[in-house]
Design a protein around this ligand. Sequence first.
Ligand code: ADP
Ligand code: MG
Length: 360
Amino acid sequence: MNFDRFPLDPRVRAGVDAAGYTTPTPIQAKALTDALAGRDVLGLAQTGTGKTAAFALPLLDRLVHGPRGHVRALVVAPTRELAEQIHDEIKKLGARTNLRSATVYGGVSKGPQERALKGRAEIIVACPGRLLDHLTSGVGSLARVEVLVLDEADHMFDMGFLPDLRRIVKAVPKEAQRLLFSATMPKEVRHLVEDMLTDPLRVEIAHSAPASTIEHALYPVHADRKQDLLEHLLDRSEVRSALVFTRTKQRAKRLAQRLDRKGYQVAEIQGNLSQSRRQQSLEGFKSGKYDVLVATDIAARGIDVTRVSHVINFDVPDTVDAYTHRIGRTGRAERSGDAVTLVTTEDLRQVRAIERTLSM
Ligand code: ADP
Ligand code: MG
C-alpha cells in the first residue's frame, strides 16, 4: 500500500515524498481517508506509530485551500519538546504549501508568539498553559480555527491540563474538525472525548505491541551496582546511542554527572533544566554529539529520536504505560532495537505487572 490511495493535494503529497514516507503506518492507513474527508478522529496508539503525520496531513490538506493570515489550525501537545517535534514534522510535510507554523509554549519570550497568534501563522502548535496566557490577555483568537488536534491527551491529563484543555476546546468553533490522540484511554480522557468529538472514527492500534522488533532484557542487579552495570552495558559495541531513564529529576542529574566524569558523551533532559538546555541536549543527541541521553519520563515522553539503538531503564518505570512509552523510543518505525531494564529485588513486583500486561 502507498500514499496514492489518499486524495492528497499535490502540494501536500510532495511533502510526503520529501519526508521519504512510502508506506502509510497502520494508524495512517486507517485514519487518513476519513480525516481527509473532515471527520473527527479518535486515535489510540502507542508512541512511534506515526500519529503525527496521521493528523498533520489532513490538517495541511484542509488548510492548503483557503485564506492565509490568521490562525486556522491548533495543535495542543503536553511538552515543549513535543510541540517542537510536531512543528518540525508539519514544516517538513508542509514545505510546499506555504502555510506557516509556529510554536507557543512557556519559558521563552512572548513577542514572536504574539505575532504568530495575530496572524503571522496559520498553524499554531502549543502547550496549554502559555496558549491560555495569551488568550486571556487578549492576544490572538481561536474563533476561526478549522482543525483542532489534541496530541497525547492522556499525558496532558496526567500533567493536570484537563481544565485548560476544556477552556481551549470551548474557544474553538463547534464546526471545527477535531482529532484526538492518546496512547491510553483513562476515564478523564473518555469524558473529554465525549464532550469534544462528534461521531468520531475510532482507530485503535493494539496496545500489546511495543514494536515487535524490540528485544527486551531484564538484568537483576543490586541497587548499588547499577552504575557499574550501566557502564558495562554502554561499553558494548552494539550500543551506539542509548536513552537512559531514571525515576526522578535528581537521579537523572546525578547519573549524567557521574557518566560525564567517566568520560561518556552524555547529556540530560529533565524538568529542572531550562528550555534552551533541554533543547541543546535533544539536538546534541539527535546529531550524534552525545551518545547517551539521561532522561525522566515526563521530559522524554513522545520524543522521537530515530537514532536510539538502546533504551535502558536504569530505574524501573512506575507504570506499564511508562514502560511502553520509554521503549517506544527504540525500534521506531520498525527498526530493531533493544530495551534493557535493571531490576533490583524491590522492583520484582512491578516488573511482573509489566510482563503480565504486555504478555512478554
Ligand atoms: P507517534 O506520534 O505515534 O509517537 P511519530 O509521528 O513521532 O509517532 O512517528 C514516529 C517516527 O516514524 C518518526 O520518525 C516519523 O518520521 C516516522 N514515520 C511516520 N510515518 C511514517 C511512514 N509512513 N513511513 C516511514 N516513517 C514514518
Ligand atoms: Mg506523537
